[in-house]
Design a protein around this ligand. Structure first.
Ligand code: S3P
Length: 441
């Protein structure tokens, strides 16, 4: 796909449902007894793969309309043994959460994914699952394909998550559902808390204490989860693309309605405002236990480079690629520290972005857990490069956003991965006036 310098973007950008919340809605629906109704589900490939997996474990999952889904769950501990391999495609969230959910059921399941997912570390999840009594056998380095033999009888554990990861925290909490007694999970840095919020909504006994060691989540095992009606808020991580595109494209004024602004997710917007972005929150409200607002983003010619503190990393971990694009159009240097996790996402996102940005004429410095972009100011980014998307949706979308404001067009070799999280990206962006097209045959 290719994008080229565009006139001002305008209009409303209705981005799809939140990916994190969509996965969790399907999984918790499958773990409750009765019918959960979900509206606004993200129908991206990652979430569809989780829906298919829930069927393989015995839940009934049906689509009743666009974004409308019903899940008939089997109850906590009720997962059946799948008859085949569970293919989670590109989704680290899908596979890690599902591994957690099945690890305390007396069944065996084998997981695989695409080349990206099969290269990502799974020991971070199988280590705590082993404390519940689950056994895992995978490839070298704890990679998929991997088989998990669930514990026959599990007891609650006390665990401190060693890396800032909502996926690991959530895998432990989902495993704890079918363990006897209490599980305590500590995280030093707050990561997205959708699992905790949704578990409480489904009727689990769950509390969070803030201590010197961080957040401690205490969950009582073996609850009966009650089916829910869930409206999925729209995804701030998807909203990031039209918002950032508007900020760097001259003459833009874009409204992105109904965006979930949970504090554990909103770090990008805070950072953009610190950079001087003309980005406002309109109509702040609460929906389904999550804070929501309409975002208005306007072209912002005077953006300044900033230092993004490590403490903010978890709340914007998926947004660093597109932030680095905005930083390229700012004056001065943007430093992003405490971001080692970026190296084990769908791709090594520091390496993928650094290579593409350099090819587009932007200087980047990097270390193992940090990187810095030398902004070239509005009108200063050359562009004119072809970059690899590396099976990573956010790399592909970030460089397509860059091409809307760089002097020469940007091309990505494979736009296919965009469908994992934002299947309507191209239509939505072109609807705002972005010049994005499918290049090649
Ligand atoms: C997610 C957590 C994050 C994030 C991912 C979604 C989740 O991963 O990068 O896109 O839904 O829990 P980590 O928890 O591994 O940081």
């Amino acid at each position: 796909m290719m994008s080229r310098k565009s006139a001002g973007l305008s209009g409303e950008a209705h981005v799809p449902g939140d990916k994190s919340i969509s996965h969790r809605a399907l999984i918790l629906g499958a773990l409750s007894v009765g019918e959960t109704r979900i509206e606004g589900l993200l129908e991206g490939q990652d979430v569809l793969d989780t829906g298919r997996a829930m069927r393989a474990f015995g839940a009934e999952v049906t689509q009743t309309g666009p974004g409308s889904w019903r899940v008939h769950g089997v109850g906590v501990g009720g997962f059946a043994e799948p008859g085949g391999v569970i293919d989670c495609g590109n989704s680290g969230t899908g596979v890690r959460l599902i591994m957690g959910a099945m690890a305390t059921c007396p069944i065996t399941a084998t997981f695989t994914g695409d080349a990206s997912l099969n290269s990502r570390p799974m020991a971070r999840v199988t280590d705590p699952l082993a404390l519940f009594g689950a056994r895992a056998v995978g490839r070298a380095g704890g990679r998929l394909p991997m088989t998990i033999v669930g514990a026959r009888e599990a007891f609650g554990i006390t665990y401190t998550v060693p890396v800032p990861s909502a996926q690991v925290k959530s895998a432990v909490l989902l495993a704890a559902l079918n363990a006897r007694g209490e599980t305590r999970v500590t995280e030093a840095e707050a990561t997205r808390d959708h699992t905790e919020r949704m578990l409480a909504g489904f009727g689990a006994e769950i509390e969070t204490e803030v201590t010197e060691a961080g957040r401690v989540i205490i969950l009582q095992g073996q609850p009966e989860l009650k089916p829910q009606d869930i409206t999925v808020p729209r995804d701030p991580s998807s909203a990031a693309f039209p918002v950032c595109a508007a900020l760097i494209t001259e003459g833009s004024d874009v409204l992105v309605p109904n965006i979930g602004l949970n504090a554990t997710r909103a770090g990008l917007f805070t950072t953009l405002r610190e950079m001087g972005a003309d980005l406002t929150y309109e109509n702040m409200r609460e929906e389904g236990g999550e804070p929501v607002a309409d975002l208005r983003a306007k072209f912002s010619p005077g953006l300044k480079g900033v230092e993004v503190p490590p403490a903010r990393a978890a709340s914007m971990i998926d947004e660093y690629p597109v932030l680095s694009v905005v930083a390229s159009f700012a004056e001065g240097r943007t430093e992003m520290r405490g971001v080692k996790e970026l190296r084990v996402k769908e791709s090594d996102r520091i390496d993928a972005m650094a290579q593409g940005l350099r090819a587009a004429g932007v200087d980047v410095d990097e270390g193992e857990d940090w990187w810095a972009v030398e902004g070239r100011g509005h009108g200063g980014v050359t562009g004119g490069a072809t970059v690899e998307s590396r099976l990573d949706h956010r790399i592909a979308m970030s460089f397509l956003v860059m091409g809307l404001a760089s002097e020469a067009p940007m091309q990505v070799d494979d736009g296919g991965p965009i469908a994992t999280s934002f299947p309507i990206f191209e239509d939505l962006m072109t609807g705002l006036g972005a010049q994005i097209e499918r290049a090649g045959p």
